[in-house]
Design a protein around this ligand. Structure first.
Ligand code: HAM
Length: 422
């Protein structure tokens, strides 16, 4: 045991789990292709200012959760807590406004937030992030929601709820904010300390507080959708029309305001009952003013991000299939210098045919190698013994039924290949 452990809130994804991740990532890439989203790889750290201005200074993420560090040149950098701000930064910096709009991008990778770790909540976690930048059409919002639902459907996930809301825009939000503050004023003392501190800075977030007293107080609080300006109202109607056209089931949640400041109009989440307190498998929405907030020209956008760990957790809980677990197809047993050299060559032949193969690299005896083949779960064992080499043959043992036959050396690969497809 080493005394240095991984930092709190981060996990090692070991082989027993990583193949499941690979399945989800492959499925995400197929769905992305079908919806015409192109993959990008963006930096893991950015200038701190990008998130401070993009995500918003009154958000939990920026106030308390960012991993900020100074590099040797004295620059303030931050490990990305999310991807939308980076996506928009990249869109602006690479003049993607010159491309056909909207530009549809996706990316997968680790995010970093200094949060209290619990089931489904880590300090380093992966997101699958999809963004459509450069259109205000509500049908793009519909497409984004449909994409997330399609991804979860292809992964075999069940019992998911799509909840939507509209959080308005800088025109209608101040009117709602005032009404909300007025409504909450007489209850200020009863609110939890966090909500009390949000009353002036960001009262909207009081609506999604999980504290039972706060929830009771806000039961009849003014709803954002009752205050939408004509443009936001029309957009929200368009969103519903599109979702209905696709037969996509959803409910409106007036408390859904999301934790990041950049949202305008659409906010949505997909929830799983199998996740416990951290029940959002994905979250997203529209961010028409994000580009301007980070110093670019006005560029509407919409997207979502799904937590990879939460997807895998839900799938495991629901007994979903991750496809076939990769297994070792051939283990080559060889004792002695000459035999081991032959084994190397044979493995090369198998591998070139796409058949996974392995051998012992620790000088084990014949018996030890057979045991190792068993431990590694090999489907077939090819034995290259002294006898076999003399006779230019190879003994092939089917590990499942225990049957062993001899085949001419040059036919071994074809034989195993045929057996594997039977
Ligand atoms: P978010 O709701 O902060 O949104 O995160 C999106 C998803 O990432 C969550 O629904 C959850 O599945 C996962 N997630 C968040 N924090 C953690 C954590 N600490 N541990 C494990 N999983 C976590 C965003 O990040 C927005 N950028 C989404 C978006 C894209 N909006 C528009 N475009």
């Amino acid at each position: 045991m080493v005394s240095i452990k991984a930092p709190r809130g981060v996990r090692d994804i070991l082989p027993e789990e990583s193949w499941k991740w690979a399945f989800v990532l492959k499925t995400a890439s197929e769905v992305a292709q079908d919806f015409n989203y192109k993959e990008v790889h963006l930096p893991i750290f950015e200038q701190t200012e990008l998130f401070a201005r993009g995500v918003g200074s009154t958000t939990d993420v920026v106030e308390k959760e960012m991993y900020i560090f100074e590099d040797r040149g004295g620059r303030s950098l931050t490990l990305r807590p999310e991807l939308s701000a980076s996506m928009v930064r990249s869109y602006l910096e690479n003049r993607m406004d010159q491309r056909p709009q909207p530009v549809k991008l996706w990316s997968a990778g680790p995010m970093f937030r200094y949060e209290r770790p619990q089931k489904g909540r880590y300090r380093q976690f992966w997101q699958l992030d999809f963004e459509a930048i450069g259109s205000q059409d509500p049908y793009v919002d519909v497409e984004v929601i449909a994409l997330s639902v399609e991804l979860f459907k292809r992964l075999g996930m069940r019992g998911l709820d799509v909840v939507i809301n509209s959080v308005g825009c800088p025109v209608c939000r101040p009117v709602h904010k005032e009404a909300l503050q007025e409504f909450l004023e007489s209850h200020l003392e009863e609110l939890c300390p966090t909500c009390r501190s949000r009353y002036n800075r960001n009262p909207l977030r009081i609506l999604d507080c999980k504290n039972p007293t706060c929830r009771t107080i806000t039961e009849n609080a003014p709803k954002t959708i009752s205050y939408l300006c004509p443009e936001c109202k029309e957009h929200f109607e368009g969103l519903k029309v599109g979702l209905d056209a696709l037969g996509l089931h959803y409910s409106i949640d007036n408390r859904l305001v999301r934790g990041l400041d950049y949202y305008t109009k659409t906010a949505y989440e997909v929830l799983s009952g199998d996740l416990g307190a951290q029940n959002a498998v994905c979250g997203g929405g529209r961010y028409d003013n994000l580009a301007e907030a980070i110093g670019g020209k006005h560029t509407p956008g919409v997207g979502f991000a799904a937590g990879l760990e939460r997807i895998v957790l839900t799938m495991e809980q629901q007994g979903c299939s991750f496809g076939k677990e990769p297994s070792l197809e051939v283990f080559v047993v060889a004792v002695g210098d000459f035999e081991r050299k032959e084994a190397l060559k044979l493995m090369q032949e198998f591998r070139r045919e796409g058949i996974s193969s392995d051998m012992d690299f620790n000088g084990k005896s014949f018996k030890g190698q057979m045991k190792l083949a068993n431990q590694l779960g090999a489907t077939y064992v090819c034995i290259l013994g002294e006898e076999e080499i003399k006779a230019k043959k190879i003994s092939i043992k089917d590990m499942k039924i225990g049957e062993q036959i001899e085949v001419p050396k040059e036919e071994a690969v074809t034989f195993v290949k045929k057996k594997l497809t039977e």
